[in-house]
Write a protein that binds this ligand. Structure first.
Ligand code: ZN
Length: 259
């Protein structure tokens, strides 16, 4: 005899299953066995219940000419390239997952809004992994919107933005940079001391760094920085740094601090 679960738990698990969460993650989130999730799904199907899956059928900006929020898309593209991936779930539904440090509560809430803006009517969900929050939303059309999806890791394959993506990034470079820097970037505070008129003074030097193993993604980042007039340099093979005082202030204004 198994445990009796509340109707809310069952409904919540079925909802997450519909929006693309894998059975294993769903089981972990709801504290049940994987086979329990499968059983709930089977029972629902047997009773012929519908679970309001219309959101999975949301029209696609690429296939169906649905509207696409350009700023939200450009930013979500930045997040995806920085620390996101797409997986294929059941019934041909892909899931877009964005990982972000759990310390950044506002950014994690903002990610839910971004996903809802790019896929209107969607129901993104979050789960915790050690140190991070994963925000996920299911859709059959994620590969249409992020054609950079493919086998293997992003830095091990050649990534090219399609011309329609280049146009959107060209129109919304700050939004794109916000996604990139808030996913794979950090704002570090360096300091130094200098003697001034016989007194040792401390100076702070904040700077932004974008760290990524893909030369292509680093190139997308520096192109966008050029577009908004923020000077940058490559501090090593996988790092783009923005360290001049005016440049850091300009980037702060454009993308906001991490919070
Ligand atoms: Zn599509």
């Amino acid at each position: 005899m198994g445990h009796i679960r509340s109707a809310e738990t069952v409904a919540s698990a079925l909802r997450d299953s519909d929006s693309g969460l894998s059975d294993a993650d769903n089981a972990a989130k709801h504290g049940v066995a994987v086979k329990t999730i499968r059983r709930w799904r089977r029972e629902y199907q047997r009773r012929g219940r519908t679970r309001g899956q219309s959101h999975l059928m949301a029209r696609c900006p690429r296939c169906d000419g649905a509207a696409l929020d350009p700023a939200a898309y450009a930013e979500l593209l930045g997040w995806y390239l920085g620390d996101g991936h797409i997986s294929l779930g059941r019934r041909g539904v892909y899931a877009l997952h964005i990982f972000n440090d759990r310390r950044y509560v506002e950014l994690n809430a903002h990610l839910l809004d971004l996903m809802r803006a790019v896929k209107p009517g969607s129901r993104p969900h979050t789960r915790e992994v050690p140190g991070a929050i994963v925000t996920t939303v299911g859709w059959k059309h994620w590969p249409c919107l992020f054609p950079q999806h493919g086998p293997g890791r992003k830095h091990e394959r050649r990534l090219v933005l399609e011309s329609w993506q280049q146009d959107l990034v060209h129109d919304e470079p700050a939004a794109f940079l916000r996604g990139l820097f808030h996913s794979d970037g950090c704002r570090v505070n360096n300091w130094a001391t200098r003697p001034v008129a016989g007194e040792v003074k401390r100076y702070d030097y904040p700077r932004w760094q974008f760290v990524n193993c893909s030369e292509d993604i680093l190139g997308f980042c520096t192109d966008a920085l050029d577009a908004v007039g923020v000077p940058w340099r490559r501090s090593n093979h996988k790092t783009v740094s923005v360290s001049r005082r005016e440049a850091v202030a300009l980037l702060d204004d454009l993308i906001g601090l991490k919070c």
